[in-house]
Design a protein around this ligand. Structure first.
Ligand code: AMP
Length: 411
């Protein structure tokens, strides 16, 4: 089911019975109507139910849990930490913390972001703040555990635990960390789990740590309708030149490029730099401060292009990206939707281009099956020579690609 942000809903946010301060926060941030996931999730969180939300970034899931939690914190303050939100990456943690700060401006609710890689002074400040008990902590798993192990964090009255991007956390091997964190938390808490996908492992985790959860499913397996999706059939050696040619001379102030490996990411950034573009790369080899700096420059439009590994494709909210490029076809078909979802957020239009080499054609046809339609495929311009013919069935004995793609199509 395709769900778009900002579905028209005249009752707006009033329907939820939020306290005055939360409504003021909403006004300040400029949200007028709830998104579908907000409409479905907020009443359950307000009612104090455990919730499993199958939803990806771009649906408004962050506000879907933050708003009712903030309301409940005001209604029923507790001694010590009220809410812990766990995110798989620092970038997502920072982003959640920023939304939280925006909403809680009028509420006098304290929050703290706790994630790895910070220096000694910051560590001491975090330790102090945690010991004193802030209302909401947003954390990555490893860093939170190191504080919980010290037995200084007042979690005995914890009301809410939120696990955001739970599938990604499992992918990154955080399951033991999560269980360890939970072992410190009171049974009386509410648990909210969000995940873009619902594989068996997530269902099992849900059974272990949630109580009679309400399940809400807003999985978008289709990119938003405002996105123009194009694919180019290109050999690897053609891809960077093709990319440079597509961008040069066009009004594309913000281009996000995804590639499959760190090595590729670095090489592409280098090649694009040599072509004269303002470009940086981002991947796990960078220090946290470097990653944040790069993201900031990209957000501020000081950098036209950012080349990233998959770490960035989920969870990161950078608005108004003019073009998303899949330099490689994503291995996981859902990742395609995530990546393409970086553009055309909240009802804007955007462009997503995918480069498909010979080996990637089956993967691409899998993506087309997931989204339920074919994407127009083009050959590179004449000067670069023809790309590979499109025939996803060739290396795919079990399932044939969708009919309708002519071999060697030039337009
Ligand atoms: P999320 O899925 O939580 O990462 O949110 C995606 C983007 O949608 C963020 O930039 C939010 O600020 C924005 N957003 C969330 N809820 C709303 C809303 N009700 N109205 C307008 N924008 C929203």
């Amino acid at each position: 089911m395709t769900q778009q942000l900002n579905a028209i809903d005249n009752t707006g946010f009033k329907q939820f019975g939020f306290s005055e301060g939360v409504m003021q926060g909403l006004e300040a941030i400029g949200f007028e109507n709830p998104t579908p996931i907000q409409t479905q999730i907020i009443p359950h969180v307000m009612a104090g139910n455990d919730v499993v939300g199958c939803a990806q970034t771009g649906t408004g899931k962050t506000a879907a849990y933050l708003l009712p939690i903030l309301h409940r914190i005001i209604e029923k303050p507790v001694e010590g930490i009220n809410t812990i939100i766990i995110a798989p990456t620092r970038e997502l943690a920072v982003q959640i913390a920023q939304q939280l700060e925006g909403f809680s401006y009028f509420l006098g609710i304290s929050s703290l972001a706790v994630y790895g890689g910070t220096d000694g002074i910051e560590w001491e400040q975090q330790r102090k703040a945690l010991t004193q008990g802030v209302d909401v902590v947003v954390a990555t798993p490893g860093k939170l555990i190191s504080f919980l192990n010290m037995d200084i964090v007042p979690v005995q009255n914890l009301q809410h635990l939120v696990l955001d991007e739970a599938d990604r956390m499992l992918d990154m091997g955080f399951v033991d960390d999560i269980m360890r964190i939970i072992s410190y938390l009171p049974e009386t808490r509410r648990t909210l789990l969000f995940s873009a996908t619902m594989p068996v492992r997530i269902r099992e985790l849900t059974k272990r740590i949630l109580k009679n959860p309400v399940e809400v499913n807003i999985a978008m397996s289709k990119p938003a309708e405002g996105i123009l999706q194009i694919a180019y059939l290109a050999y690897d050696k053609q891809k960077t030149k093709l990319l440079a040619g597509l961008i040069k001379g066009r009004d594309l102030p913000s281009v996000l490029i995804f590639a499959s490996t760190k090595i590729k990411v670095k090489a592409i950034a280098k090649e694009l730099k040599a072509e004269g573009f303002e470009v940086a790369d981002i991947h796990s080899d960078l220090e946290q401060s470097e990653r944040e700096n790069v993201l900031l420059r990209f957000r501020n439009r000081q950098l036209q292009m950012l080349v990233a590994t998959d770490v960035l494709s989920r969870g990161i909210d950078i608005e108004n990206i003019s073009l998303v490029v899949n330099y490689d076809v994503p291995r996981d078909a859902e990742d395609y939707v995530h990546r393409v979802g970086r553009t055309a957020r909240a009802e804007q239009t955007g462009i997503a281009i995918t480069f498909i080499n010979q080996e990637e054609q089956q993967q691409f046809s899998r993506i087309e099956r997931l989204i339920g339609y074919e994407i127009r495929k083009q050959m590179p311009p004449e000067v670069l020579g023809d790309g590979p013919e499109y025939d996803p069935a060739v290396n795919k004995p079990k399932q044939r690609g969708r009919p309708g793609q002519k071999k060697g199509r030039r337009k």
